[in-house]
Design a protein. Structure first.
Length: 520
């Protein structure tokens, strides 16, 4: 018994349910009409049966005959009769053999069909901000910028502050230069201010980057040949008022006196001295300096009705602050004695305060950072509309001591002025848990944790930033250039920092070691 297969233009004979031969259409031998010859007509019939003896003969006979003899090969029977079949979209075309017949799909289960829809790992971040690197799990791009995320609608962050921690040689310095300074400068109305602490060849490590941006770093030298910062700069009072100036004086006095906080009497004596100073210099062109403040510290108000004993105590409190500030001025006269240098401004997209030559111990570095922080508040109040990344290298000088109170008290003002504070340090255990600086760390909603060598440092990061429990072990095994990144309430991500050849050249911080390996 034979039947006609509508899927082919010629009849197909069957014997015991097996296809044997298919006759070519009449136009298959006409040269001009071969273009209408369907490809499936000449395709071998896959039967799933083995016929090794007759396979070669069948192929040779088919080359000289009008009959296509089926070639049997040891293969599985495919789900469709013809290879390359598609769904039948046109019945007419299907009748002419251009489409294979539709077959019912095989029943399956969700568990069996999982392989047909493999999971795709999405990127942990969007495309806003600047490129940080790549996610090691999904190999997707990581893009993030704290001010951009803070200004997003809806907001992705509630604080634009950033914390970067990592041991020496972990790659955090190169990452900071690239992601926090150089790349954000490409964005509109973005600029950066850096307190450069690391010495490299007799100057700060940001000196090369600063010069490539068309300006010179502001160098602070103990011998007085560099930049000066006036503790009483008018911009400080203009930005934060008498209260801000008061906080700065108290913080600097505490730093100068070995972290001894001011008493209530000393705070009152300082406030009274500032009031007298402002009254004297309100109509003068010359800016008041720290030296001008000294004579007023120790004066006793006559209209307060103080007793003789109280007056003496008030006088002694003022003298205590005066002596602490005088010691600072005498030790670092070339840094803090006098008006602020004219070169100190924000006329360029990158401003660098080179404090690499100041001694690591002592009050110089935290005092420069404290004055610079308050000076920025006043300056940015007059130049709104910019986003400013303020990078504190060796940031524990700023948030690990008395200056942390300045940062904490000015958090709201900093956000309104577009300031994103970036604190870079080796480990978080340098910050006392009960200090204002620890609160500043907890409020930072963007964290980059590079390698931590000590278990207690890794555990501190894991507990403080609510990382997964196994992240502590991950932190201790990170390669250079790798870090654990977390922003907002999102889970942490293991990223790899990637730099261009130009960025590698500019951000290299091991020039001295590289010089030792140079060959001539």
């Amino acid at each position: 018994m034979t039947r006609t297969n509508p899927a082919t233009p010629a009849a197909t004979s069957t014997a015991h349910g097996k296809r044997t031969a298919t006759k070519k259409p009449w136009y298959g031998t006409v040269p001009g009409l071969k273009i209408f010859f369907t490809p499936v007509t000449t395709s071998p019939v896959l039967t799933g049966e083995e016929d090794a003896a007759g396979s070669a003969a069948a192929v040779s006979d088919a080359a000289v005959s009008d009959v296509v003899v089926s070639s049997r090969r040891p293969v599985d029977v495919p789900p469709f009769e013809r290879p390359g079949s598609v769904l039948r979209a046109s019945p007419g075309a299907a009748a002419r053999g251009w489409y294979a017949p539709r077959l019912a799909g095989a029943p399956s289960t969700t568990r069996q069909a999982e392989i047909l829809n493999t999971g795709i790992i999405g990127a942990p971040t969007g495309i806003d901000g600047v490129v940080n690197g790549t996610d090691t799990l999904s190999s997707t791009m990581i893009s993030h910028d704290a001010p951009t995320a803070y200004n997003a609608t809806p907001r992705k962050l509630t604080s634009p502050n950033v914390l970067i921690i990592g041991t020496v040689g972990s790659g955090k310095s190169s990452f900071t230069k690239t992601v926090m300074v150089m790349r954000p400068l490409l964005l509109k109305n973005h600029r950066a201010v850096v307190f450069d602490k690391k010495d490299e060849g007799g100057e700060g490590e940001y000196a090369c980057v600063t010069r490539r941006m068309g300006t010179e770093p502001l160098r602070f030298d103990p011998d007085g040949s560099g930049t000066r910062f006036n503790l009483m700069d008018p911009l400080i009072a203009r930005g934060t008022g008498l209260q801000g100036q008061m906080l700065l004086i108290n913080a600097v006095a505490r730093i100068a006196r070995g972290d001894t906080p001011a008493t209530e009497w000393e705070e009152k004596a300082t406030r009274y001295a500032l009031q007298l100073l402002f009254e004297k210099f309100q109509d003068t062109r010359r800016a008041a300096t720290t030296t001008d403040l000294m004579p007023f510290l120790g004066l006793v108000p006559t209209d307060q009705g103080l007793s003789g004993e109280a007056s003496e105590r008030f006088h002694q409190a003022g003298l205590s602050i005066r002596f602490g500030l005088q010691n600072l001025l005498e030790t670092y006269a070339g840094v803090f004695d006098g008006e602020t240098s004219r070169r100190v401004d924000l006329s360029h997209k990158l401003t660098t305060f080179d404090i690499s030559q100041l001694p690591d111990s002592g009050p110089a570095i935290p005092t420069v950072m404290a004055i610079g922080n308050m000076w920025l508040m006043g300056r940015l109040r007059e130049e709104r509309g910019f986003v400013t990344n303020v990078i504190y290298e060796e940031g524990w000088h700023m948030i690990g001591g008395p200056s942390a109170q300045l940062v904490k008290s000015n958090q709201k003002l900093s956000r309104s002025l577009g300031i994103s504070n970036v604190f870079v340090m080796h480990k978080g255990t340098d910050i006392p848990p009960d200090s204002p600086g620890y609160t500043v760390v907890q409020e930072a909603q963007t964290v980059y944790a590079f390698r931590q060598d000590r278990p207690e440092d890794a555990r501190w990061a894991q507990e403080t930033f609510n990382f997964a429990p196994d992240t502590a072990a991950t932190l201790m095994g990170l390669n250079p250039g790798h870090c654990v990144f977390k922003y907002g309430s999102n889970p942490e991500t293991h990223i790899r920092h990637i730099r261009s050849d130009w960025e590698v050249e500019v951000t290299n911080t091991d020039s001295a070691m590289a010089a030792g390996n140079a060959t001539t």
